[in-house]
Design a protein around this ligand. Structure first.
Ligand SMILES: *[C@@H]1O[C@H](CO)[C@@H](O)[C@H](O)[C@H]1NC(C)=O
Ligand SMILES: *[C@@H]1O[C@H](CO)[C@@H](O)[C@H](O)[C@H]1NC(C)=O
Ligand SMILES: *[C@@H]1O[C@H](CO)[C@@H](O)[C@H](O)[C@H]1NC(C)=O
Ligand SMILES: *[C@@H]1O[C@H](CO)[C@@H](O)[C@H](O)[C@H]1NC(C)=O
Ligand SMILES: *[C@@H]1O[C@H](CO)[C@@H](O)[C@H](O)[C@H]1NC(C)=O
Ligand SMILES: *[C@@H]1O[C@H](CO)[C@@H](O)[C@H](O)[C@H]1NC(C)=O
Ligand SMILES: *[C@@H]1O[C@H](CO)[C@@H](O)[C@H](O)[C@H]1NC(C)=O
Length: 629
């Protein structure tokens, strides 16, 4: 078990009390609100502890509006609409926003506008705007408080933003968060009914307006629990890590770019431990694996960006999740949960202040349901290293290769073949099968002798991730933990433990050999497959248009029940299509294609499981793989 916090000894308790008494005599207590929750017409809301601003209001004008603890639900309207259009405006709001409801509109603060054709001087009026509701409409002048629902503190006139609370029934989050006014984050202190789940709060969409500067304004984002956020403790999927280290004092540049673009972080999300791949039963010892809602609801969620996948497939109220992919940690969960997901070209944005699995192979990418948001979010995080072809009629490569497609008897094959055919037709080219082993046998470099791809690269991935993670993460963690816990070691889940032990069994030179093999693969792949008959290897948009696309299955609808006792974890040896992007640093994007029926042992019925394809392009050509706008 994690040994921290250690029980306080009697001496230290006494010592603390003395210290406390000493403190009380010299300073006054620090009392702070962490927000609170209420229900309004049976909907759970969280009232932010941070005010959006003050409003000058006559107390007696709102006497009929219901209140708790001196807080009243109210609506602010900045839109330049006539009184007579408020009904339509609110109807629109209920369509675009899941936080606003009519019950906020018993009191309406309507921005004064010269455009409105109403008699002057009617500061407060009673109107029938919504069916069965008499609204008090109050003119006001502040132009900085955005439209939307608020709670008004009657005593002070302060307006507080409203979050709607949702149950995390998929167990996808480790810590729901709210932003603080000084650019930090703090835990959201709210709990609604939900069996052993946390509550997650989302702000009203009405507070945010998309602009050229803020293309992600109001987009609700979940963040894998390996990214540092100022003010927040991280777990990396390990309880001892969470308890050992203080909250981070910095937000890394990748996440900061999303925040700067307007994204609203709603919480940290589960990762399998230290971003190593884990199966739900037996491997997830420290935390419980999230639930994949597809099929009978008891499929493995994939890993390591498990919370990202489970949340996006389960919650319509969440727009996008950022995960990380070293050897499939985004592609896996995205594919088996029927979502879009990208492993980007390697090195598009700094991964400072992100937990390393293996920096040589680590990448930050998204899981989401909306491919148009994908383009905007990619442009925001990868900056100049992302070329969106969204505003031009892109030229596409005409050669498409298909790899590892399932046999003709497989129920998913038609979806893959139809997609390859449709894509070939779209680009005006042709799709043909490619066996990398055959190509390799014909073109392999002298260093490889007569070894097959699977022989030559068998241990490359396992060596890189274990050697890099033991040096960069485990060793300093063990040192810090030992120093804080009388030389003890922390608990580690079976998968990272056995992988790290494999890394320890190799000589230091094994990493050099593995990195050389990776470079050799990249050169071979770029020369003999990607550039086909062209020797150009630069990443200009011209090569994006001429180098072939590769397709391989990301998910075939194969059932992997989460209650399977899969035996002890192993080392990720071998070579297969999903290693290509990891080694060659090329983008690998997952597109859901459809579903196949699979008999469930749980429900005794046929249930549907997602089928998804992975599309690989040349390095730096991430923006080519987006949907036509
Ligand atoms: C409501 O939405 C429709 C469609 O988006 C728009 O045309 C209309 O102007 C909106 N009405 C108000 C009052 O905002
Ligand atoms: C954050 O903490 C680290 C280590 O405690 C320290 O070296 C660094 O200067 C701090 N950075 C900021 C921005 O406070
Ligand atoms: C673009 O990628 C390069 C190479 O990986 C990197 O050095 C640079 O910092 C990236 N640029 C931005 C704006 O992130
Ligand atoms: C590969 O080469 C070695 C000698 O270098 C030879 O012993 C072995 O039989 C060869 N294997 C194959 C499959 O050709
Ligand atoms: C890969 O390496 C492992 C460990 O050395 C070995 O057990 C396995 O047989 C190898 N597989 C192939 C295909 O070479
Ligand atoms: C490349 O050239 C070879 C021989 O010239 C030809 O057989 C092959 O089909 C070409 N490949 C592509 C992708 O054009
Ligand atoms: C090589 O690429 C160029 C564009 O970069 C293209 O014009 C040319 O046709 C290609 N050649 C072959 C043999 O595919």
């Amino acid at each position: 078990m994690a040994r921290s916090p250690r029980p306080a000894s009697v001496w230290s308790l006494g010592h603390s009390i003395l210290f406390l008494l000493a403190t009380i005599t010299t300073t006054s207590a620090q009392l702070a609100s962490t927000g609170f929750s209420v229900t309004l017409n049976d909907v759970y809301y969280f009232v932010s502890p941070f005010s959006s601003g003050k409003i000058d209001v006559r107390r007696d004008s709102l006497l009929k509006v219901p209140r708790v603890l001196g807080f009243l639900p109210v609506t602010v309207v900045q839109d330049r609409v006539a009184h007579s259009d408020l009904t339509k405006l609110f109807a629109n709001w209920t369509v675009i926003d899941d936080v606003y409801q009519a019950a906020f509109s018993e009191a309406i603060f309507l921005a004064e506008s010269s455009g409105r054709n109403e008699p002057e001087g009617l500061a407060v009026t009673e109107r029938q705007i919504l069916p069965g509701l008499s609204s008090t409409v109050i003119a006001f002048k502040d132009s900085k408080i955005p439209s939307g629902p608020y709670f008004l503190e009657a005593a002070t006139g302060s307006l507080y933003p409203v979050y709607r609370l949702y149950e995390d029934f998929a167990g996808a989050f480790t810590e729901p968060l709210i932003p603080t006014p000084d650019g930090k984050f703090q835990p959201m202190s709210a709990k609604i009914p939900g069996s052993s789940t946390l509550s997650v709060g989302v702000p009203s969409r009405l507070y945010f307006t998309k602009t050229a500067d803020k293309p992600l304004a109001g987009v609700r984002l979940g963040v894998k629990d390996i990214y540092s956020l100022t003010g927040v403790k991280r777990s990396n999927g390990n309880r001892a890590w969470y308890s050992l280290y203080p909250p981070s004092n910095v937000t890394g540049p990748a996440i900061q770019r999303l925040i700067d673009a307007g994204a609203q972080i709603v919480g940290l999300q589960k990762t399998s431990q230290f971003a190593n791949g884990e199966f739900a039963t037996a491997d997830w010892v420290d935390y419980h694996a999230p639930f994949n809602p597809r099929g009978d609801g008891y499929e493995d969620a994939g890993s390591s960006s498990s919370g990202a996948g489970a949340s996006i497939s389960s919650y319509e109220w969440l727009d996008i999740a950022i995960g990380s992919d070293t050897g499939g940690s985004i592609r896996g969960p995205a594919g088996i949960q029927g979502l879009f997901g990208n492993r980007p070209s390697h090195g598009l944005v700094s991964l400072d202040h992100v937990m390393p699995l293996a920096p040589t192979l680590d990448t930050p990418g998204f899981i989401l349901r909306d491919p148009y948001l994908w383009d905007a979010a990619s442009a925001a995080i990868y900056g100049n290293n992302y070329t969106s072809f969204g505003n031009e009629k892109a030229e596409y490569p005409q050669q498409i290769y298909t790899l590892e497609f399932p046999p003709a008897s497989d129920p998913s094959i038609k979806l893959f073949e139809d997609f390859a055919e449709a894509l070939a037709k779209f680009v005006g080219g042709a799709a043909s099968p490619l066996d990398p082993e055959v190509k390799w046998a014909a073109t392999r470099p002298a260093e490889a002798g007569n070894a097959t791809l699977s022989d030559f690269f068998n241990t490359t991935y396992a060596t890189i991730i274990t050697k890099e993670q033991t040096a960069l993460l485990r060793d300093p963690f063990y040192r810090d933990y030992a120093a804080a816990h009388s030389n003890r070691r922390p608990f580690i889940n079976p998968t990272p433990l056995i992988r790290w032990a494999y890394g320890d069994s190799l000589p230091a030179s094994a990493l050099t050999t593995a990195l050389a093999a990776q470079t050799l693969f990249t050169t071979w792949f770029t020369t003999h497959i990607l550039s086909s008959n062209n020797t150009t290897t630069t990443t200009t948009t011209a090569t994006c248009h001429t180098t072939p696309l590769l397709l391989y299955p990301a998910a075939t609808g194969l059932s992997l029940p989460r209650n399977l006792y899969a035996g002890p974890p192993g080392i990720p040896f071998g070579f297969y299509a999903s290693r290509i992007a990891s080694f060659a640093g090329v983008p690998d994007l997952v597109f859901p294609l459809g579903e196949v029926g699979v008999m469930s042992d749980v429900t005794g019925q046929e249930e549907r499981l997602p089928v998804a394809v992975s599309v690989l392009a040349a390095r730096g050509c991430d923006g080519l793989l987006r949907l036509e706008g």
